[in-house]
Design a protein around this ligand. Structure first.
Ligand code: ADP
Ligand code: ZN
Length: 748
């Protein structure tokens, strides 16, 4: 039976025991609560001689440290005696955080079992943005022109005719005069110096430029969203459409509508792998006349400060960013878009363990705005939400224009595989030959960085393992090193075996993209090939250059990891080879099949996006696997239906609730003891199952031992409440930490 699933944004189930927020902080007793961006769940009392609205940003002293915190309505601890009370030192010159954001902080904390202060820390993630922006002297027109108007002076005044302030040195340079001329005009009272923001104003996207005429399906999808935008209020849309069907065009229309309807509206767009979406940024700029404000880890300090403050002051209209862009202090959020909503990178795996897609839906419900979740391969969770009526399902079934979906074929590696020491089967090689002859591009996908995933000694069988983690060291031949992909441990690739001392006997086992790149160069010495992986690129600019070269047809064969699966559009690409279609299915976690399927559909979607037909080759040892079958028949719904049935039968999310518990510490004994303590004290509640403790698949990580437990409950049980009652009273051995992961995505 399918349980009625209360949703994440339903206050009953999401909030756990969240206190109801009173309308205003109580200034009556001369105190306010202040939540600090520190790992505390409670707000601390400070003295204030005037009432301060919740959300107000204030400077206080905590311990001996000056801190910026937020006036908070609830979560007050035991009130300290008046004599011990410290004053609020200052009120920051920024608009207060919106009520909607304060509630998001509370909900996220309650849902993920994190301290509210830790969530607030994500909101105040840019300390530089909290201070007023640095200023710089500018000259502005202040009085009549002087009597003696030289040619040089006239040129300066002409430059200022548009009324915009200018930095003196820049003005002198562009007017072709010496600094003294500008100074003379200031002395004469014609110009004046003013301290103005150093940051240039943020550009305003222009919603008036029309987009392309929408096809009927796109039009219907947009109309559904527009109706909600007009009526106001919350609604979640699942925008499902094959790659190339125009999902981006549809949500661009919705963005334009939000901006046109309200001069102060703000829009947040969350994308995975933001650093590599320059194609997306270009497209946005072409449509809206300027770049959106970006928010991701690769920004310079100045760009970060400008973005954060621009959002807080409401000047940033459209923000595009990675998951953390969700916790920015928007003043007037009118639309949220989550593109590639199925992407696992929306789950944050350290600190506050939240899922940005789920929290985006929650934020939209708090802000009473629409949210659009777009994907060619929606997550099973979103699909169920749509079928059960909590999300409105919008479907685009056809590729725009002439493009058709590529044909998918399997290559059975048991019978039709390559010769030993090679990785590309004859059928795939022949297809690439064909593409080269026709002047078209091919792409080889292998989700494995480096040259080879394992190095061993032919003499004694010794293997190179990371000293800190349960993981093999991966050879990176371009760099000449063996590296751990978990902790970064690295060593020069040795000549002699560390175990038996044999020389020249070390062999690389299995392929990574670099090794595949070598095979491509050997087979097609005249073809122009490029290997695209996070460590063959030096940064976003480099990535942009490589993508531009591919777009311009200067590359014949692309070899890449999952980096290339995201949204690129390469019109001349017609052959896609999936080198190891079974790879993602190993290790078998809950979503292995679903995720492999999604990834392979994305890769396959790179082929034949324009007017040429594409073909996809899946190299597999298991051609009858349901994932492979589904890719060949293109029957996505049937595959997902089967997955859904299996999950429902097992009571797994979204049909049941799941939490991962990881105990970790520097010595094994303490970790084992903590695991036993958890097992001994585990609640025995009907409808709840607890598995473990067992050593985690990554039993050691960065030198710390790790054991796991898994808690599974029905949908009718508040797993947060159950966990709190169980864990809060426990006293763990020293140095052992317990991490709780609600709705885990990773089971490592
Ligand atoms: P998706 O986001 O679903 O992968 P896109 O929005 O990227 O699809 O559309 C694929 C290509 O088709 C893009 O180049 C896009 O500009 C073009 N396209 C989509 N819809 C239209 C339309 N209505 N008119 C003209 N071009 C369109
Ligand atoms: Zn390691």
């Amino acid at each position: 039976m399918v349980a009625t699933t209360p949703s994440l944004f339903d206050p009953e189930t999401a909030a756990g025991d969240a206190p109801a927020a009173p309308a205003a902080a109580r200034p009556d007793d001369g105190r306010v609560g202040v939540l600090l961006p520190l790992p505390f769940d409670q707000a601390f009392d400070y003295a204030s001689d005037r009432p301060l609205a919740p959300g107000t940003l204030v400077r206080v002293t905590f311990g001996r440290q000056p801190r910026v915190g937020v006036v908070w309505a609830g979560r007050r601890g035991t009130p300290p005696p008046a004599a011990k009370l410290k004053p609020v030192d200052a009120v920051l010159d920024l608009p207060p955080l919106s009520d909607e954001l304060c509630r998001l902080v509370e909900r996220t904390a309650d849902y993920t079992l994190s301290p509210a202060g830790a969530v607030l820390r994500m909101v105040l993630s840019c300390p530089a943005g909290l201070s007023p922006p640095p200023t710089r002297a500018h000259v502005v027109r202040a009085g009549p022109a002087p009597d003696r108007l030289t040619d040089a002076r006239r040129r300066v005044l002409d430059r200022l005719a548009d009324g915009l302030p200018r930095v003196p040195a820049d003005l002198a340079r562009t007017a072709g005069v010496s600094d003294g001329v500008v100074r003379g005009l200031v002395d004469a009272g014609t110009l004046a110096l003013e301290d103005l923001d150093r940051d240039p104003p943020l550009a305003r996207p222009d919603p008036a430029t029309p987009g392309p005429a929408l096809n009927p399906e796109q039009h219907d999808a947009f109309q559904a969203i527009a109706r909600r935008q007009t009526a106001g209020g919350f609604e979640a849309f699942l925008l499902e459409g094959v790659t190339g069907s125009g999902k981006t065009e549809v949500y661009f229309e919705a963005i334009a509508r939000a901006l046109a309807d309200d001069a102060d509206a703000q829009v947040a767009v969350l994308l995975p792998e933001i650093a590599l979406t320059l194609q997306w940024l270009d497209r946005f700029a072409r449509r809206f006349g300027c770049a959106p404000v970006q928010w991701h880890s690769g920004l310079t300090a100045a760009a970060r400060r400008q973005a954060w403050r621009g959002v807080a002051e409401g000047r940033a209209r459209v923000v595009v960013g990675a998951r953390s862009a969700l916790f920015l202090p928007y003043r007037r959020l009118k639309l949220i878009v989550v593109d590639e909503e199925h992407d696992p990178s929306f789950k944050q795996e350290d600190g506050v363990l939240y899922h940005a897609r789920d929290m985006a839906v929650m934020r939209a419900s708090l802000a009473q705005t629409p949210v659009i979740l777009a994907s060619a391969t929606p997550s099973l969770e979103s699909r169920v939400n749509a079928r059960q009526g909590r999300y409105s399902h919008l479907r685009l079934t056809e590729r725009h224009g002439a493009a058709v979906l590529p044909a998918v074929e399997t290559v059975d590696m048991r019978t039709d595989g390559p010769e030993p020491g090679r990785w590309l089967a004859p059928a795939l090689v022949a297809a690439i030959d064909g593409a080269l002859d026709r002047g078209e591009q091919s792409l080889l996908f292998l989700n494995r960085r480096g040259y080879a995933p394992l190095t061993l000694c032919r003499q004694c069988g010794a293997r190179y393992e990371c000293p800190n983690c349960t993981a093999w060291l991966v050879e990176h031949r371009y760099r000449g090193r063996l590296e751990c992909h978990h902790c970064g441990h690295s060593m020069a690739t040795p000549d002699t075996c560390f175990e038996c001392g044999a020389e020249g006997e070390l062999v690389a086992c299995g392929p990574g993209v670099e090794r595949l790149g070598d095979e491509v160069t050997e087979r097609w010495p005249d073809a122009r090939a490029v290997v695209l992986a996070s460590d063959t690129l030096t940064g976003p600019d480099d990535a942009a250059r490589v993508v531009a070269r591919i777009e311009a047809g200067q590359v014949d064969i692309v070899v890449g990891t999952q980096l290339i699966t995201k949204g690129y559009h390469f019109p001349a690409l017609t052959v896609v080879g999936v080198v190891d279609a079974d790879l993602g299915l190993k290790g078998g976690d809950l979503r292995a099949a679903e995720r492999t399927y999604q990834q392979l559909v994305q890769v396959a979607g790179r082929a034949g996006r324009a007017d040429r037909e594409g073909a996809v080759y899946l190299q597999t040892y298991d051609p009858d696997h349901p994932v492979t079958r589904a890719l060949i028949t293109g029957d996505k719904d049937r595959f997902m239906d089967l997955e859904e049935e299996a999950r429902a039968r097992a009571g797994m999310p979204p049909f049941g609730r799941l939490a991962g518990l990881v105990v970790e510490g520097p010595d094994l004994a303490g970790v084992v003891e903590a695991g036993r303590l958890l097992a001994r004290t585990a609640p025995r509640v009907e409808g709840t199952a607890i598995y473990g403790p067992v050593p985690a698949p990554l039993a050691r990580l960065r030198g710390r031992h790790r054991h796991r437990l898994l808690v599974q409950t029905g949908r009718d049980i508040s797993i947060q409440r159950l966990l709190r009652a169980w864990i809060d009273p426990l006293k763990l051995p020293p140095k052992v930490r317990l991490k709780v992961d609600i709705d885990p995505i990773s089971f490592l």
